[in-house]
Design a protein around this ligand. Structure first.
Ligand code: FAD
Length: 355
């Protein structure tokens, strides 16, 4: 096994991990980021093939309340645009009721999307940090305190570091990474019972050569209690020359095949828009429960936001050598991209103070 040394090791190259590296980029600190997946971004993933419509299969939207997201996008000179809603939506109140066209309330807040998709933020952050800092396909399995250092074991190597920052959803951290000496029982219990935002979601998208859903003053916005689609939105690109519909399925549909999900989706869309729905040019989906580097089963029933931003995430462990970061640990906007950025800022401040 190779032994690699650095001042700070960050586990995870999602939004939190890359933002921590970005915030520390001028500090003369040797940073290594260990990422289990081949790709960067974690719960941010924009799917594109041959430059066709970018589909955000993870995070998509942000609003004026998400001040840190907007500030970072400004610093990085990334462009945003408004989510297309129009004034009406299709609404299906219950399984056997006929769908209705309802007026959408005027939404002054609005929600924004990123030109090129949210992975564009990830790729831009990556360009601002040294490429050698990120090691792909490195699955961390244990963290051991060794006097002044921590030793971080992966599937291929051992990394020695002055301190280590986890950015994993806390339940995933507790389920997949062993810590020596063991963390306090209360901390482990809280991690096991911290909800992973969107960890059980299913996101799907259909690409089309024309946005037929915009006809007759419809918008592509669907809210259904009949399923499998629960929410759907227009997902055309910023230039308005590549077209898609995209949204969420009920999480119960995780165990059937991709083909079965597609049939159910097109049957549901056909009720609203007619036979044209079958002429999609591509179907894409991401079942997040099947992503071992996002989701781990819980021991108990854990409801959305449970223990998000809990006080145990405020202070480090292992004599100030292990920090638990990530959107779920943020005291505000936890679960969201905004929470990931606030967590990154909090951890950097803490490191600065404890130096
Ligand atoms: C379907 C979906 C829709 C969403 N929609 C929105 C939205 O519209 N707006 C919004 O603001 N937010 C949204 N979110 C939430 C948003 O994606 C997250 O808040 C944010 O991306 C979390 O970033 P993070 O870095 O904290 O965690 P993650 O992105 O989960 O990053 C953790 C990283 O750790 C890596 N990792 C895991 N295990 C290991 C290991 N053992 N060793 C090494 N690396 C490991 C993972 O691969 C990953 O890259 C959505 C999320 C999903 C899944």
């Amino acid at each position: 096994m190779h032994i690699i040394e650095s001042d700070i090791t960050i586990i995870g190259a999602g939004l939190t991990g890359l933002t921590i590296a970005y915030l520390l980029r001028d500090k003369d600190i040797k940073i290594t980021i260990l990422e289990a997946r081949e790709r960067l971004g974690g719960r941010i993933y924009t799917q594109t093939n041959n430059n066709d419509t970018p589909l955000d299969l993870g995070a998509t939207w942000f609003s004026n309340q998400h001040t840190e997201v907007l500030e970072l996008l400004k610093q990085l000179k990334l462009k945003t645009f408004n989510q297309h809603y129009s004034t009406t939506a299709i609404y299906e109140p219950q399984p056997n009721s006929k769908h209705q066209i309802v007026a959408l309330p005027q939404n002054n807040e609005g929600s924004y999307r990123l030109v090129g998709g949210t992975s564009h933020l990830i790729n831009t952050l990556y360009q601002h940090i040294k490429p050698t800092e990120v090691k792909h396909n490195e699955i961390v399995t244990s963290i051991t305190q060794e006097n002044a250092l921590v030793s971080i074991k992966t599937n291929t190597s051992i990394y020695k570091s002055g301190l280590v920052i986890s950015t994993l959803p806390p339940n995933l951290f507790d389920s997949t990474i062993t810590v020596h000496p063991e963390l306090p029982k209360e901390a482990k219990y809280i991690m096991q019972n911290t909800h992973t935002w969107m960890g059980d979601s299913i996101k799907v998208g259909l690409k089309y050569s024309a946005p037929f859903w915009r006809e007759n003053n419809l918008s592509g916005t669907i809210f259904s209690n009949a399923g499998p689609i629960t929410e759907f939105y227009d997902h055309c690109n910023y230039q308005n020359n590549q077209y898609a519909l995209k949204g969420f399925l009920k999480s119960d549909y995780f165990s059937i095949t991709k083909e079965e999900r597609l049939t159910l989706i097109t049957n549901q869309l056909k009720k609203y828009y007619g036979d044209g729905v079958k002429n999609f040019t591509a179907y894409e989906e991401l079942v997040w429960t099947k992503e071992p580097f996002t989701y781990a089963n819980y021991n108990n029933s854990v409801f959305p936001h449970t223990n998000n931003g809990h006080a145990i995430y405020k202070t480090p462990f292992l004599d100030n050598k292990l920090y638990i970061a990530g959107t779920e640990t943020s005291a505000s906007y936890s679960g969201k991209m905004e929470g990931a950025l606030r967590s990154a800022q909090y951890i950097c401040k803490l490191i600065e103070e404890l130096k």
